[in-house]
Each structure stands twice: as structure tokens, then as C-alpha cells.
Design a protein around this ligand. Structure first.
Ligand code: ZN
Length: 172
């Protein structure tokens, strides 16, 4: 496993639409292992492959709370089958937009289908933080970052902040 650099806004790769994976192979699993290690090291609770520069429909996630056993989840070619009308506001953040947190409204329950680490098809309902996180990560697969939901002014301010922080990090 290897920790890979995480791309940050406004990197144009983050705008790319990711491609479906043909089959879950050892290569896919290696990518998922790298993604999980990168996510844990960041640290974060979810990561899409495009965030490490691989525009493929692959997501990893771990919503375990501090002190709990790790609960890694892997999603290949995830799709939303159904979502409820009720929305849940949640203060979101993103490893590609470090240190920026904004409240976003999303459906509070979604039914998803995906292939897991072993290529088995799973269909289930996600709710609460799981629903928020899977929708956030699936947006990445469409080239959408959560700040795209904000006003133009707020979005530009967020991007400027990230650029400034990245420059500082590079010279520090
Ligand atoms: Zn994100």
C-alpha cells in the first residue's frame, strides 16, 4: 500500500468525469488499498479515486468513530437507485478543499448499488452520515466538488484560501 498525493482545488483533474471500472481486479484492489491508506493518513472519512488523480468510479470510506474498530467500505461503480425527498443539512468538508467547511443539503436517505472489494454486488439504503458521505463522494465521480453548491463568491473565496494554504505548505 502507498500513500498518494491528494489533489486540491482548482486542479482541473477534479472536474473530470470518472469512468466505470470493467471488473474488480487485483489492480482495482491495489488502487482501493492505496486510497484507503491515503484517506486514513489525511485523515478523512471518504475518498474518490479522482482525488488521487485516477478518474475511475471507485470510492473508499470509513465512518468508524474514534476508538472504534476500522470499518473500511469500498464502492466500485456506485449508483443511486432512489432517494427520499427529505433533506439533511450537514457541515461538509473535503480533502480536496482542506480546512473549508460549509453546510450542504442532501437527501437524507438514498438507495445505492455498487460492487464491493470482492466484486460482489451490494444494494442497500444509506442514511445519516453514510448518505451524506456517499453522495459527496459520488459527486466527485461526476467532477463535482461540494463547494460547487455554494454561491460563486463563497466558492471563489474557498478556492483562494486553499491556493494560499498550499503555497504556504510548499514553502514551509
Ligand atoms: Zn470530497
Amino acid at each position: 500500500m502507498a500513500i498518494r498525493p491528494i489533489l486540491t482545488v482548482p486542479n482541473p483533474i477534479l472536474k473530470q468525469v470518472s469512468k466505470p471500472v470493467d471488473a474488480v481486479t487485483d489492480e482495482t484492489r491495489k488502487l482501493m488499498d492505496d486510497m484507503l491508506e491515503t484517506m486514513y493518513a489525511a485523515p478523512g472519512i471518504g475518498l474518490a479515486a479522482v482525488q488521487i488523480g485516477e478518474p475511475l468510479n471507485v470510492i473508499v470510506m470509513d465512518l468508524a468513530k474514534e476508538g472504534e474498530e476500522p470499518q473500511p467500505k469500498y464502492f466500485v461503480n456506485p449508483e443511486i437507485l432512489e432517494s427520499v425527498e427529505e433533506t439533511l443539512p450537514y457541515q461538509e468538508g473535503c480533502l480536496s478543499v482542506p480546512d473549508i467547511y460549509e453546510e450542504i443539503d442532501r437527501p437524507e436517505r438514498v438507495q445505492i448499488t455498487y460492487l464491493d472489494y470482492n466484486g460482489e454486488c451490494v444494494t442497500e439504503w444509506a442514511e445519516g452520515l453514510y448518505a451524506v458521505c456517499i453522495q459527496h463522494e459520488m459527486d466527485h465521480l461526476k467532477g463535482v466538488v461540494f463547494i460547487d453548491y455554494l454561491s460563486r463568491l463563497k466558492r471563489e473565496r474557498a478556492v483562494k484560501k486553499v491556493i494560499k494554504a498550499e503555497k504556504f505548505r510548499a514553502t514551509a
